[in-house]
Design a protein around this ligand. Structure first.
Ligand code: DLL
Length: 423
């Protein structure tokens, strides 16, 4: 589809979605009324900016099923995201929604190099998390043989990869690294496996990490993006021939980028801000201007010209550290650390304010590579400190810990901020 075709499709679908949501979901009716807007007020796509946002808090307040636009008898499945505190956010799908979801994940997998008939090892977690079943549905829809391994049990993952000889693996980038490290630890060569493609997402990752994983396994690694409130994995996917960021499937989602400091300002393509989505075809849970809190920019389409790409996620609005006035995202530290060969991508940031001090202090705890000498570790730590000062402009403490000392997870990479001392 051309850009023009997509934009005119978006207009019709937006009009339909706004009317559908207003009519069926009390929360939307309330919010639209409060904002003084009616679905008919959308005459062109840009009018969407007049409509109110939806947030995670809205979904929590309507827990569990208050935002569903269809009777429960038409809800074929629910998923939920755990959240750090309080109630989980619950999302629902009709049969038709599940079919659309599978079609879009299949589109992502195909773009990333996976083909019908291939064997796909799915190591995203199954259960309430959308990753496992979402990726599963897409791989099945594409016509692959799915190995529903789920996350965790790294030894078993390795055994099945050896025995079942899959062509592709689906998991988080950090978990693929964990599998690779575990193989090396056991004296196995990750490059000798049957794997040719990896479709990785659910957490931010960098070009450096891509390079590392592609080298480690001898594969092509592509990104897949999504979030449960908007659908799950498959909102956007990356093409293997260009590997230049995920294309957002704009026939099903209308993206916007907003100024994170002034949400009334819509930013143009190429500008970094908060990503906001409106669903265009979802039935069970239509979502209007959902604030993802993810920071990125919209870029013109390349391999799929009708759809725009998203830049990589440079952070989350709620992850941003303001260190003595400098805005800083954990991904910036990762990018710098990965350029230092003696350091691994496993790190944690700690933000503290020592008693009696007026300023926050940042400590980067980072693991070195296996086999590095104490001297190399000291040197790598000093280089990291210096590079952070040059590129970010902040001084920090570096603590090069022992390899394997920091907490790992098979799901999301967790950065731990110690904000106890924050004023
Ligand atoms: O993580 C859905 C998913 C599963 C995507 C498997 C890709 C693969 P949630 O648990 O709702 O859904 O978390 C959504 O994760 O707002 C981003 O902050 C982050 N995220 C997801 N994919 C990427 C990605 C799933 N490719 C939140 N790059 C989103 C960076 C990502 N961040």
């Amino acid at each position: 589809m051309s850009r023009d075709q997509i934009e005119s499709l978006q207009l019709t679908r937006l009009q339909e979605t706004l009317a559908y949501a207003y009519e069926r979901v009390p929360l939307y009716q309330r919010k639209f009324d409060e904002a003084g807007v009616r679905p008919e007020d959308l005459k062109q796509v840009g009018d969407l900016a007049r409509f109110p946002f939806t947030t995670k808090e809205d979904l929590r307040a309507e827990y569990p099923f208050g935002m569903f636009a269809v009777p429960m008898s038409e809800v074929a499945r629910v998923h939920a995201s755990s959240g750090t505190t309080g109630r989980p956010t619950v999302v629902g799908y009709t049969k038709e929604d599940l079919d659309t979801w599978a079609t879009l994940v299949a589109r992502c997998l195909r773009a990333s190099g996976v083909r019908p008939g291939m064997k796909v090892h799915n190591a995203y977690g199954y259960g309430l998390f959308t990753g496992g079943l979402g990726a599963h549905g897409g791989a099945e829809k594409l016509g692959c043989t799915v190995i529903p391994m789920s996350g965790g049990q790294t030894e078993k993952q390795i055994q099945l990869i050896e025995d079942f000889a899959p062509d592709a693996i689906l998991c988080t980038p950090t978990y693929l690294l964990t599998i690779g490290d575990a193989m090396l630890h056991r004296g196995l060569d990750p490059r000798a496996t049957s794997l040719k493609y990896a479709v990785l997402g659910a957490e931010p990752w960098t070009q450096e990490m891509r390079h590392e994983l592609e080298e480690m396994f001898g594969i092509k690694a592509c990104d897949i993006y999504g979030l449960s409130e908007v659908m799950g994995p498959g909102v956007a996917g990356e093409a293997v021939e260009t590997q230049d960021g995920s294309h957002i499937w704009e026939d099903h989602f209308r993206p916007e980028i907003l100024d994170p400091f002034d949400l009334s300002r819509t930013l143009g393509d190429g500008e970094q801000g908060e990503l906001v989505f409106t669903s265009l075809t979802k039935k069970a849970l239509p979502i209007i201007r959902y604030r993802t809190k993810d920071l990125t920019a919209l870029l013109p389409g390349t391999a799929r010209p009708g759809h725009r790409r998203m830049g990589r996620i440079s952070g989350r609005t709620d992850d941003m550290i303001i260190l003595r006035g400098v805005n800083l995202f954990p991904s910036q530290i990762e990018e710098i650390a990965l350029r230092i060969p003696e350091l691994s991508p496993h790190f944690q940031l700690e933000l503290t304010r020592p008693a009696g001090r007026r300023m926050d202090e940042l400590t980067v705890k980072i693991e070195p590579r296996e086999g590095t000498t104490p001297e190399q570790r000291r040197h790598a730590g000093a280089t990291l400190k210096q590079q952070i000062k040059i590129h970010i402009g902040s001084s920090c403490h570096i603590d090069v810990v022992e390899p394997g000392a920091l907490e790992r997870s098979s799901g999301k990479l967790r950065r731990i901020y110690d904000r106890r001392n924050e004023a």
